[in-house]
Design a protein around this ligand. Sequence first.
Ligand code: NAP
Length: 348
Amino acid sequence: MTLRVGVIGTGAIGRDHIRRMTQVLKGAAVVAVTDVNAAQAQQVANEFNLQAAVYDNGLDLIRAQEVDAVMVTSWGATHEEFVLASIAAGKPVFCEKPLAVTAEGCKRIVEAEAAFGKMLVQVGYMRRYDRGYRVLKETIDSGVIGHPLILHCAHRNVSVPDFYTRDMSVVDTFIHELDVHRWLLDDDYVSVQVVRPRRSSLSGEHLNDPLLVYMETAKGVRINGEIFVNCKYGYDIQCQVVGETGIVSLPEPMSVTMRSEAKLSNALLTDWKDRFIEAYDIELQDWIDATLRGEMNGPSAWDGYSAAVAADACLAARDSGDIVRIDMPERPSFYRSKHSESAAEAIR
Ligand code: NAP
């Protein structure tokens, strides 16, 4: 059986997901594409030899008969409309992060999905499918380091484009940490404080770069996070969990150790696409397989909503300098899914 997918947005990640669905993964065919830049949609369809209709807009694509499932990889501000339309059409939808650009928007999606009565939405939080994060989680869950007490993390990008706004370091970049740490610790956030260190002279003047984010979870774990989006030296994701009897750290990506010219060195990655390339493959294969089975068990709309609530609190904390409470509504039973087990199975 083949899952017939319609893709909305053929920019960087849309094109990359089309590449993996057509050249790497099994069980899916891209049968429809659309982009506000129609010429680009056509060009991507040609590049990958797709037998796909090029639609004028996302809503027509969602309603198209030949589309079994929708992939939303357009600009973040368009996600809510396309996800809501997919739910209204009763079609499974994989939506790249963010689920919506505000917590209110995510809440509308959660409510629409619950009213529909079946989970249809998966959010593109691919780190849950990364082998390093999986091993980290399995080690924490085994109890070998006792209860987690402190989590240190860093999200560093070489640089960001000119259109990158001040809020994006939280809502676009740190949002991955906001999702993956809830999952890693099986916990929710209760407060956040954001501190601005000296600004890097190599960052845009409109940015607060770097930023330090201090969070507390319901179980009392303290998170100490660094966001540095113009670090210049590489794309570097760090995570270390300090427990009662030991410390576990996210493994570094595999890299050859070189001895040359009186130096011992390891190359660092510079592109997010390379850092998580395997995680994206596993994530989408799992989505295709689960959707064909009529299931939905990856990161849910509730996870997208939770990350958005935390992101809003981070922005308020950054602007006020205060410790801001994070009030997460109680998770409805509708969303008590087994997504973490599913991610583990997908990797095995
Ligand atoms: P991008 O290169 O700008 O691609 C977005 C594409 O969507 C562009 O071609 C854009 O056209 C198009 N678009 C905008 N509005 C549209 C609409 N109403 N209907 C159809 N197409 C529309 O951006 P990207 O880097 O691929 O990011 C896309 C989304 O994926 C973002 O939400 C981003 O946060 C997310 N993302 C996730 C990850 C991850 O690690 N999971 C990584 C990268 C990106 P124009 O360029 O003409 O506006």
